[in-house]
Design a protein around this ligand. Structure first.
Ligand code: ADP
Ligand code: MG
Length: 731
């Protein structure tokens, strides 16, 4: 095994990254933009005016596409794709595995008499039937009824990857239940559009559509692929289960925003070129806090397209990494002792006139509009905090949340002290009708002041899971490997529900004789009172906050099983049913899938750790111990007793120390495997996940500590696992 480590290390000096992988970047990246996308511009070229109008309506208004038009669109897509060298097509979808899925079919169709043509018809564009029996379904589909189908989502443009035309699609069972991320996301987006547009009638009657926007920021690690392959834990679990932290980690803060290593730069350039062609508007790249950790972020986009683009990006990044002899790690905590990776989700609402509803305006009326969406969002997060917490729960994200590098598992909202003061002023608004004086005062001194406040509002609280950052909310606890849809479904669903309730309440006050503005102020005041306890401006990483949050009655769901248990609360199930996003059965099925995934991940990690500890660590330690024993025996032969005792003292103590750590590992592995066996046999997915969490996970630490001790004792030449310093500082 140690030979694998040294073979891997020996490959490094021979990589000529600079020359072999130097990437030529065109002078104007913009010229590549969308060149592999069936964009509006391309559609115009390839479609009749009629077909183009139908497709545009389907994209913007969700109207149905008649079959003959679908046929025309299919032919146009095929002609365009073939002109770009495509030979196959696929419905590209996002099943609940977390990865993207595709099944390629050829355009090639044989005809009679040995002839053949390239064919792609409307039916093939609209629907495909992948053999779906092996995707997670949480018991929704019986194995005998394994069929599912994918259906074209015209609101996200088709694109070409390699020689395949990819058609973004939803994935549903034959009985109509959703089996993917996109289908419920589209429903949630529809709900919030309805709710936000309806509230918008108070402020601007010309608005007919509100679209949520999403700007994600993707963090990742890059590890040399030879070193990656030499670590069975990285290959099998995406993270290192062992490894002593290097003498130098991130203490010097010298990686963050530092100059990007040439080899990494070449990789980034190639990723960006690919992104441009696929219409992913990446704009930002930089080093992150941990060594060999980086970040990439695009311009924000309409949420559905942004979600697709993030999934697509993760796919592209993994593939291009191989070309540069890298492996990209999206795991939330691949290395202990240095920061893990997250994926901030910046979220806002935008009207069909391009106005950002979370951006304060130029006059008091616009600011009341801003405050309406702002306060409703806070109220939604307050009332449904556990849903948001559950949306970011995963075995891998558990390592990050609350570990002083990412927000805690307590959901709180940060809005900055000045906006907080505005809300406190609003909380004082008189009940019922407002006097003319109060109205003027509100206009001039409270609502009217908001843009000025935000202009010089430099408050940035990196410790908050949900922070307002000037014109959007930033959801900061999302894991780097997550599909953004998970958070976006919850976020848009809860705000939709909240805005619907708001409208009903305001209408009731207007009925009772209040003016529109008075009614709005009255309701907002109550919302601020109700949700005040979730607003927190201090240090989210501190222990004091955990105590304070408990006093405030905020939940601190530290682990995934705890977080997922809340998903089945009647309140949440009802919300989804009301908005027609998920049926009760779908909520249960998804919850089941997530719990099972959690248990499976821990189970695999336990097996891999047991294997490495027993087959790699213990033999190497004993090997080294034998050398020491030989040495001690030799000393005893040549020296008189009293001298020998002095000379062999350190070796003897090392021999004992190695034995101690070896026994700890051996016992730890036995306990781990026993606990794992019991957990595996536990009935009920919730109870099972809890068993893995409480009974299995603690042994990881015991074994790791002993193994990491041994790493510090054993001769480097004999150590089998590639070390942290080798993985983290090779560039
Ligand atoms: P940081 O959070 O790293 O300090 P910025 O505040 O500049 O950086 O923005 C981060 C992200 O916010 C970007 O990815 C950007 O696309 C996104 N963003 C900006 N405006 C919006 C918006 N209206 N809706 C959604 N995302 C947005
Ligand atoms: Mg950010």
């Amino acid at each position: 095994m140690s030979t694998l480590r040294f073979k891997a290390l020996a490959e490094l000096p021979f990589r000529d990254y600079r020359r072999d992988n130097a990437i030529e970047v065109p002078a104007k990246l913009s010229e590549l933009y969308c060149s592999n996308v069936f964009s509006e511009d391309t559609m115009k070229q390839y479609l009749t005016k009629d077909a183009f109008t139908f497709l545009l309506d389907a994209m913007n208004k969700g109207s149905k596409i008649p079959r003959n038009i679908a046929d025309q669109v299919a032919v146009a897509m095929k002609d365009w794709a073939m002109s770009k060298g495509a030979t196959h097509y696929t419905h590209w979808f996002q099943p609940l595995t977390g990865a993207t899925a595709e099944k390629h079919d050829s355009f090639f169709t044989p005809l009679e008499g040995g002839k053949a043509i390239e064919r792609f018809a409307g039916g093939m564009l609209i629907q495909q039937e992948p053999d779906a029996s092996s995707f997670p379904n949480g018991g929704i589909r019986n194995t005998f009824e394994a069929r599912g189908y994918t259906a074209w989502d015209p609101t996200s443009p088709a694109f070409i990857m390699g020689t395949t035309l990819c058609i973004p699609s939803i994935f549903i069972s034959y009985t109509g239940e959703t089996l993917d991320y996109k289908a419920p996301l589209l429903r949630a987006l529809h709900s919030i559009d309805e709710a936000a547009t309806s509230v918008m009638q108070y402020f601007d009657k010309s608005i007919t559509k509100v679209t949520p926007t999403l700007g994600w920021e993707q963090e990742y690690f890059l590890i040399d692929s030879a070193l990656y392959k030499s670590r069975p834990d990285l290959v099998l679990t995406g993270k290192t289960l062992l490894g002593h932290s290097p003498a130098k980690g991130q203490q010097l803060d010298d990686h963050y925003f530092g100059s990007i290593p040439t080899r990494v730069m070449n990789y980034m350039k190639e990723v960006e070129i690919e992104c441009m062609k696929l219409g992913i508007p990446v704009t930002t790249r930089h080093n992150e806090v941990a060594p060999n950790q980086f970040e990439l972020a695009p311009m924000f986009e309409e949420a559905n397209v942004a979600v697709d683009h993030n999934s697509l990006l993760m796919d592209i990044m993994a593939r291009i990494a191989h070309k540069h002899h890298f492996n990209v790690l999206f795991h939330e905590k691949p290395f202990a002792g240095v920061n893990g990776s997250g994926k901030h989700n910046n979220w806002s609402l935008s009207t069909d006139k391009g106005e950002n509803l979370l951006s304060p305006g130029k006059n008091p009326k616009k600011n009341l509009q801003f405050l309406t969406y702002f306060v409703n969002t806070i109220k939604a997060v307050h009332d449904y905090a556990d849903m948001l917490r559950a949306a970011i729960a995963s075995a891998s994200n558990d390592h990050r949340l609350g570990a002083n590098e990412a927000p805690p598992a307590i959901i709180s909202v940060f809005i900055g002290s000045q906006l907080y003061n505005v809300l406190m002023e609003l909380e004082k608004v008189t009940e019922g009708k407002l006097s003319p004086d109060e109205k003027t005062d509100l206009k001039l001194n409270v609502v009217g002041k908001i843009p000025e406040i935000l202009l010089d509002n430099t408050d940035r609280n990196r410790t908050s899971p949900f922070a307002f950052t000037g014109n959007k909310f930033e959801i900061r606890a999302v894991g780097s490997s997550a599909n953004c849809a998970e958070t976006m479904i919850v976020m848009n669903a809860i705000v939709a529900k909240q805005l619907k309730d708001f409208k009903v309440e305001v209408e009731a006050l207007i009925e009772s004789g209040l003016k529109k503005d008075e009614a709005i102020f009255n309701i907002l005041r109550e919302y601020i009172k109700d949700s005040k306890n979730i607003m927190f401006e201090g240090d989210g990483y501190s222990d004091d906050w955990a105590k304070e949050a408990e006093k405030r009655g905020l939940n601190n769901l530290r682990t995934t099983p705890e977080a997922l248990a809340s998903e089945l609360d009647q309140k949440f199930v009802d919300l989804y049913a009301d908005l027609e996003i998920f049926t009760h059965r779908e909520v249960e099925a998804r919850n089941e899938i997530k719990l099972e995934k959690y248990s499976t991940v821990i189970d695999i990690e336990a097996r891999v750790l047991a294997d490495i500890a027993r087959n790699h660590i213990i033999p190497s330690a004993l090997n080294y111990q034998n050398r020491l024993i030989e040495n001690v025996k030799g000393l005893k032969e040549i020296f008189p007793d009293d001298e020998f005792r002095v000379l062999a003292k350190e070796q003897m103590s090392l021999i004992a120390n190695i034995s101690g750590n070896v026994s700890t590992i051996k016992l730890g592995v036995e306990n781990l495997l026993e606990a794992k066996g019991k957990a595996r046999d536990t009935a009920g997915s919730q109870t099972q996940a809890e068993a893995y969490c409480k009974d299995v996970i603690p042994f990881f630490e015991t074994i790791r500590t002993a193994a990491d001790n041994l790493e510090m004792m054993v001769d480097d030449e004999l150590w089998p696992l590639t070390k942290y310093r080798e993985m983290l500082f090779t560039r």
